[in-house]
Ligand binder design. Structure first.
Ligand code: FPP
Length: 268
């Protein structure tokens, strides 16, 4: 996948030099190519309405539907949603069951709608932990939508960034063990290639709802140069206007990728 960086075989280290032409494209783009969202606040939203937490998650599916639609219409090419973290497995069994049922019902009901909108679907995370029946229906839906390319939707499920990086390191270690790669030749791009996101560009914009200002083990590697946008709105209330506000703010940001003002000016 296109990267703003090119490998830099520095004698001094493992750094990268900036690919100026790709960086110039990123700097000029006023709409983020890739938006990643931590959909937070479902539980609190439900609790404040004296309803069970799972009701908050159910209402959150409407926000997912609206955000997917709005991203397609606003020209966002990639949308990644943090739908179930590694840590979420430790929640009460009834909530975990409820979340998996919501996922099943999303997969069963949304296929046609996603297809009509030209959405391609991917899943990232430790999918082996997801029940087989859910995994199979997800995989069938991903296959069905694989030729779409208006919006690339990725669901992070059973996902944790540290675990993802460890899995990538383990695959690299195997390459070294088998003599296919020398340890001293490992570069940033080798690691990136073994991450679940190997087919995706890095996110340009991270949105987190519900007033928390944390990354929570989400795309730690991939968010290295992302712009961050936080809102107090809880996920079930998140609508197109909130997304638009985030995109407007993004358009006003001055990204730098470690360059100087003069270099940025020359590139834009
Ligand atoms: C965090 O809110 C949200 C989640 C753990 C689940 C997100 C899931 C959905 C929005 C619905 C399912 C999505 C799909 C794609 C089918 P929280 O419960 O941690 O909120 P809290 O911090 O208020 O407790």
């Amino acid at each position: 996948m296109d990267s703003p960086w090119r490998d830099f075989n520095s004698e001094k280290g493992f750094g990268q030099a900036v690919n100026l032409s790709k960086t110039s494209q990123l700097l000029k783009a006023k709409v983020p190519r890739h938006v990643a969202i931590i959909m937070d606040g479902n539980g609190r939203w439900a609790k404040s309405r004296l309803r069970p937490r799972i009701w908050g998650h159910q209402q959150g599916v409407t926000s997912v539907r609206e955000t997917v639609k709005a991203c397609g219409e606003l020209g966002v090419a990639y949308l990644t949603l943090y739908a179930f973290s590694d840590e979420n497995w430790s929640r009460p069994a009834a909530e975990v069951r409820g979340l998996l049922q919501l996922l099943d019902s999303f997969v069963a009901k949304e296929g046609q709608n996603l297809d009509d909108q030209g959405v391609r679907l991917r899943v990232i995370g430790d999918v082996a932990r997801i029940p087989e029946r859910t995994r199979e229906s997800l995989s069938m839906l991903c296959n069905r939508l694989q030729n779409n390319n208006r919006l690339h939707l990725t669901l992070a499920l059973s996902y944790g960034s540290r675990g993802e990086i460890v899995r990538a390191c383990s695959k690299l270690a195997h390459q070294v063990e088998q003599g296919k790669l020398r340890a001293e030749d490992i570069r940033i791009e080798h690691v990136a290639q073994y991450l679940d996101t190997t087919d995706l560009p890095d996110p340009d914009l991270l949105i987190r709802t519900s007033g928390e200002r944390r990354i929570s083990n989400f795309l730690l590697w991939q968010l290295a140069y992302a712009e961050l946008w936080f809102t107090d709105v809880h996920w079930p209330d998140f609508r197109r206007a909130h997304l638009q506000a985030a995109l407007d703010d993004y358009a006003s940001r001055r990204r730098r990728f470690g360059l100087t003002d003069e270099q940025i000016q020359a590139l834009t």
